[in-house]
Design a protein around this ligand. Sequence first.
Ligand code: TXA
Ligand code: MG
Length: 330
Amino acid sequence: MARIIPIATDTDRAEAIAAATDVLLRHRPVAIPTETVYGLAADATHPASITSIYETKGRPRFNPLICHMADLAMAEHYAVFDPISRQLAEAFWPGPLTIVLPLKENSGIHPLATAGLDTVGIRVPVGFTADLIRSFGRPLAAPSANSSGRISPTTAQHVEADLGQKIEVIVDGGPCPVGVESTIVKVEDGEIRLLRPGGIEADAIEAVTGKAVIRAKVSGTAAIEAPGMLASHYAPNASVRLNATEVSSAEALIAFGSGDISGTSSAKAVFNLSPDGDLAEAASNLFDFLKRADASGATGIAVAAIPDEGLGEAINDRLMRAAAPRGTEG
Ligand code: TXA
Ligand code: MG
């Protein structure tokens, strides 16, 4: 059984850093809170550590993992920053932005963490996890702390329910305030490419850089640019139906705003991502409500339309993956 360690007081935090470091030094993964989702973290420089992440998640093959750093200075030790990437790092770190950058030669990041690519996705998280990395002294590779293909965890209890039998320590930082994973960008030939929408809105990136954000091709001849971005992901057991305007009595409803969805009063369960139509609130509730709708015993989950602007882009991306046909890994 995993030990759940709170970080409410300074004493708790010191205890959590000591316990997490002990696990990391034994090349095992530890569950850590970030502002986006809980991560399953291990030493990004050590092969057995990275393998233990994959084994724990039951992920069938290696995808490149995001390497978490304490700050920009630490990141510069491992990767080469062009001026736009540096501008983004200075504006948004610590925070929910991952920047894909060329690896420095002999950087020490293990090729298992980058799936052998010559680039690395780096992010500096807010709070406890940055402190843990600073104290540990090495970057932490961390995907979301869930079994492969399942919904990302936004509370320590989500992690415990899924992986509690397989890991030793879960650091409990409370509910993740952002609630969807980081935005992933890559600067190529002076252009900013969006590899995954997430917790930083594309508009905010455009405002800081004065440059248009280019959406990655999701189909056609272009290779998948963020290789972990496969169709079926975030899969609840119940089927997911998007842009619902009505709900049946066998379904759970995930609503948004004050719009009227017919059948609401007889739905199996009803959740509203944000009665006021606030997309940040909706993002922070998304994964928890998907899990709760799934646990309601409903045969399906009907989800109301979410505006495709700002954080709605990341919310709709995750919902489309939750609704995608099953059978592809994530
Ligand atoms: O908010 C987050 O980003 C969370 C927390 C724990 O930090 N992490 C997360 O990791 O979502 P994960 O493993 O679920 O997603 C990592 C994504 C994958 O889609 C992967 O393909 C992409 O990052 N990625 C990582 N390194 C890359 C690289 N060098 N080039 C392109 N894509 C990369
Ligand atoms: Mg994930």
